[in-house]
Write a protein that binds this ligand. Structure first.
Ligand code: N01
Length: 510
């Protein structure tokens, strides 16, 4: 469903990019803080971000919704402990409608270029629907929004249907077809059991076996839902309990991987329960430390792999032909449909190529040599008044990203209010402060399971550097983001030549 779209104004105070959890949360928090002059642009036709884009069969969140939702918008109506994608998308639409901010969303509006102009201290943004000038740019474009297609010889010559898991083609009927799926990550392990009963044959191409824990999913009882609705403290207690249970993973990830041994045992027991065939068991047994790659959860993945119409293929793919996949051992497996579940561009965000700072260089240019690096994963030297939500080293492998998003939003809104109160036109982190922040992160990263666990993952960039994950407890991040630390920034007063800025400062001192 395409939603009504706000017209594009010539200028706004704050321009928000993206209408997922981050962008919608930004809109709500800006409105609450009285920062009313803002616009959200979204390339897609509605609210939801990744929860609108990923509609593949079986899509559901692997963090319980009591936690994977805004703290300020609890939903007593979740049907299951792990909500399916349509419920999460509907939740976000509902929150947007109730927030009263929807008239500030411009859908089908894609950012194509953004440049900081020092002379007027403004971002000059070009979109697919025109141009906007903004005092601050808040990017909520998402860390997992651009699909990564594999570079496989001949894939473009395939004559059947081919699509990425995040761009599911619902016009393709899989019933009775020979289907191949490449990848065994979080998306694939949900798709495989969902489509296995319908297809004639399913070939699952695994490069690295994941750890898969049991999924303690269940439907909420009527009583629980009544309590959530009428005794909100009960729902709050669920949320708090889930938060702390999830946080228990952190020591095993960041201090001592041996502490994650119980999770490993649980995953291997799940494997043994789901698969009886010793040969298949051996193929799906991971050979690296648990937690090094994202830990997955499913009760149905292993039984689906063990089904008669499924083959797990571990020989590397050599090429794709017009109607088949050929592996390195020379075996050719004919197929009708090819599903590519190979993940997203995480460490080289395409939006980074579009955002140009004070010197004209893009974020991509600045990060080319040493990888993504910002201050608090939010602000970047050379890019005044740019605030990224889910920026460098703010990702998680164990709990709700919404928690991190809310931490960042509180910080960003505090920054904007501080600027208004002090009549500051531009802020950017001091280089030394930013460097110290990133040096500390990379120092901590050395002992984490993501560095020592013996795997490669989407957490690491081309140099093997982890620029995606937060290597500490999430409550520490929350604390560090609890106030805008203006002393870590260079603050620029409005320039006399800047018409917008002058108006702004006058407004602030009035
Ligand atoms: O992607 P992935 P995803 N040839 O990158 C394989 C979130 N998410 O879409 O492990 C052959 O995890 C690759 O193999 P390897 C969540 O944060 C959440 O599944 O690199 N194979 C891997 O098996 C998640 O982590 C939810 O050796 C190739 C797979 O493709 C993130 O999104 C649901 C290949 C990619 O796995 C991404 O998950 C879904 C190639 N050339 C996603 N290239 C929930 O909350 C890659 N692979 C439930």
């Amino acid at each position: 469903m395409t939603q009504r779209t706000a017209p594009l104004p010539a200028a706004v105070d704050h321009l928000v990019i993206g209408a997922g959890f981050a962008g919608l949360g930004a809109a709500i928090k800006l409105a609450e803080a009285g920062e009313d002059d803002f616009l959200v642009i979204e390339k897609d036709g509605g609210i939801g971000g990744t929860w609108r884009a990923n509609t593949y069969p079986g899509a559901a969140c692997d963090v319980p919704s009591q936690l994977y939702s805004y703290s300020f918008a609890p939903n007593p109506d979740w049907s299951m402990s792990f909500s399916p994608q349509p419920e999460i998308e509907a939740y976000l639409r509902d929150v947007a409608e109730k927030s009263g901010t929807l008239d500030r969303f411009s859908f089908d509006t894609e950012l194509t270029d953004a440049r900081w102009d020092e002379s007027d201290q403004r971002w000059h943004v070009t979109t697919s629907r025109g141009e906007v000038v903004a005092k601050a740019l808040i990017s909520g474009s998402g860390g997992l929004s651009v699909p990564k297609m594999p570079e496989i010889d001949g894939i473009e010559t395939f004559q059947g249907e081919v699509f990425h898991s995040a761009r599911w083609d619902h016009d393709v009927d899989l019933a009775g077809k020979r289907v191949a799926i490449i990848g065994t990550g979080a998306s694939s392990i949900q798709i495989v059991p969902a489509i296995q009963p319908d297809v004639a044959q399913l070939d699952v191409y695994q490069r690295t076996a994941p750890y898969v824990l049991p999924r303690n999913d269940r439907r909420y009882t009527r009583l629980e839902r009544l309590l959530f609705k009428h005794v909100p403290v009960v729902q709050k207690a669920y949320r708090t309990g889930i938060y702390w249970a999830r946080e228990l993973y952190v020591p095993g990830f960041v201090w001592n991987p041996a502490l994650a041994t119980p999770a490993k045992k649980l995953a291997l027991a799940n494997l043994a329960k789901g698969i009886q065939d010793p040969e298949l068991r051996a193929k799906v047994t991971p050979t690296y430390q648990v937690g090094c790659k994202r830990i997955l959860i499913s009760n149905t993945y292993y039984p689906a792999l063990a089904a008669d119409n499924v083959d797990l293929v571990t020989d590397p793919i050599a090429k794709v032909t017009g109607n088949a996949i050929v592996t390195a051992d020379g075996v050719e497996r004919p197929i009708d449909v090819l599903i590519v579940a190979t993940g997203f561009q995480t460490t080289e965000q395409p939006i980074a190529e579009l955002i140009h700072g004070r010197d004209g260089a893009s974020l991509s240019d600045v990060w080319a040599e040493h990888g993504m690096a910002s201050y608090k994963g939010t602000a970047t030297r050379g890019f005044p008044n740019l605030f990224q939500v889910v920026g460098a080293n703010t990702g998680l492998g164990h709990t709700s990203m919404v928690f991190m998003i809310e931490s960042q939003l509180a910080y960003i809104v505090d920054a904007l209010t501080t600027m208004r109160q002090r009549g500051v036109a531009a802020v950017e982190p001091q280089q030394a402060v930013q460097d110290e922040w990133n040096d500390d992160i990379q120092r901590r990263m050395k002992r984490t399971v993501w560095s020592t666990g013996g795997c490669s993952s989407w957490y690491l960039d081309a140099h093997g550097k982890n620029t995606t994950l937060w290597p500490r407890a999430t409550f520490t991040f929350r604390k560090l983001m609890s106030r805008f630390d203006a002393e870590s920034y260079d603050l620029a007063p409005a320039k006399a030549t800047s018409q917008h800025a002058t108006t702004q400062t006058e407004g602030a001192s009035a």
